[in-house]
Write a protein that binds this ligand. Structure first.
Ligand SMILES: NC(=O)c1ccc[n+]([C@@H]2O[C@H](COP(=O)([O-])OP(=O)(O)OC[C@H]3O[C@@H](n4cnc5c(N)ncnc54)[C@H](OP(=O)(O)O)[C@@H]3O)[C@@H](O)[C@H]2O)c1
Length: 364
């Protein structure tokens, strides 16, 4: 019998992490083919992951002893906590080095970054026409190191050049949909994404949907289940034929299947708000400078940013997403209903963990 592939997944209680674990739970060969360890911060949740067949490790991704040891023991690390955390990346790299020194083998590091690396700051006033293709590493390398998430990605890519591990950096675009399945039904993982729930909460707070500027900025999007589909495909490829897996500068994997303007999202939220009785006017209204500060703080430029890319590499592996912008917009009302029903509709500031980077507003 082939040895089980040892995987460490961080961010198990998260939206994307939980969705990927659900994919493994559904596999008949889950227990026989995989030894999946999960890093969780909550000691209360840890035994519940164990009961499902995972091996929990309690700790933070900044906890050096825990992270380095946990990483050093596995064949594949899947990073899903915070794509802006330099300490998390550094400790993972340290663990990967230990693995190489102890086994002589290069483990794989599947880091989850985001298509925020491609943003142009257009303040909702226009879209741009440079489309970043992940099969074109020369083009990706033109990105400034000050782009969001790029500092962490560059740290990983630079360490990979030392030869003791291989990296695949996955860049989901705007991920949408309320996640479902055992990890969410049991309350272990967070079922909500970042941007659409945020814009719904903001709209509920001001009783009107809104956008930065005219909402003409474009972003790619992808359904949460289709994001979760990709990781097992990549992991299988790593297991079956590791030498054929594009890695390092070639190993950038965008995930998108359609695109939308910020106005499209605001319009769908506006209609849902009125349909649910939380507003009188469905027409989106541009945020005032005071509202921009109140709701988005330092991240306001990202909310009004433009992001253009295509997912060539993931599709070349057979990843075949089907859902489109119409599905995303069609799910907005249901998401608002769930946020309200589950007591999660209160306004929260834009995810404080997201580093807005140091990018400059580009001119039109
Ligand atoms: N959702 C999107 O649209 C999207 C798109 C592109 C990229 N991404 C990126 O993908 C990553 C995961 O996103 P997500 O939507 O799944 O986020 P999420 O639901 O907020 O999940 C974040 C996960 O990271 C864990 N975590 C945070 N800080 C940690 C620490 N110090 N030590 C250990 N665990 C820690 C959280 O654990 P707790 O439960 O303990 O808080 C949670 O499990 C993020 O870097 C995000 O920026 C997301």
């Amino acid at each position: 019998m082939a040895p089980r592939t040892k995987i460490l997944l961080t961010g198990a209680t998260g939206y994307i992490g939980g969705s990927i674990l659900n994919r493994f739970l559904a596999r008949p060969d889950f227990q026989s083919s995989f030894d999946i360890r999960v890093l969780v911060r909550s000691p209360e949740k840890a035994p519940k992951f164990d009961a499902l067949g995972f091996k929990s490790i309690v700790g933070s991704h900044t906890d050096e002893e825990v992270m380095v040891q946990a990483v050093s023991e596995v064949d594949i690390v899947v990073g899903l906590t915070d794509c802006d955390s330099i300490p998390a990346a550094e400790l993972t790299i340290k663990g990967l080095k230990k693995h190489f020194e102890e086994t002589g083998k290069q483990a794989f590091f599947i880091q989850t970054s985001g298509t925020g690396v491609y943003v142009q700051l257009t303040n909702g006033m226009y879209t741009t026409d440079v489309i970043y293709d992940d099969a074109n590493p020369d083009q990706i390398e033109t990105l400034a190191p000050t782009q969001p998430h790029r500092n962490v990605d560059l740290k990983i890519l630079s360490a990979e050049n030392e030869g003791f591990f291989k990296s695949c950096i996955v860049l989901p675009s705007l991920v949408y949909g309320v996640a479902t399945g055992p990890l969410f039904d049991s309350g272990l993982s967070n079922p909500h994404s970042i941007l659409i729930p945020l814009m719904c909460r903001v709209a509920l707070d001001r009783r009107r949907a809104g956008m930065i500027g005219q909402g003409k900025n474009v972003w790619p999007n992808v359904d949460i289940n289709e994001v979760a589909d990709f990781y097992p495909i990549l992991i299988e490829k790593i297991i079956q034929s590791p030498d054929t897996v594009p890695h390092g500068r070639e190993g950038i994997y965008n995930l998108e299947n359609d695109k939308h303007t910020s106005y499209d999202v605001a319009e769908a939220i506006g209609k849902a708000l009125v349909a649910l009785g939380y507003g009188d006017d469905s027409t989106p209204l541009t945020f005032t400078p005071e509202e921009e500060k109140k709701y988005f703080g330092a991240h306001v430029h990202l909310i009004g940013s433009d992001c253009r890319c295509i997912a060539t590499r993931a599709r070349s592996f057979g990843w075949d997403p089907k859902l489109t912008t119409a599905d995303m917009l069609g799910g907005v009302q249901k998401e608002i209903e769930i946020l309200i029903k589950t007591g999660k509709a209160e306004l929260k500031h834009f995810v404080s963990g997201v580093d807005p980077g140091n990018i400059q507003v580009s001119s039109s």
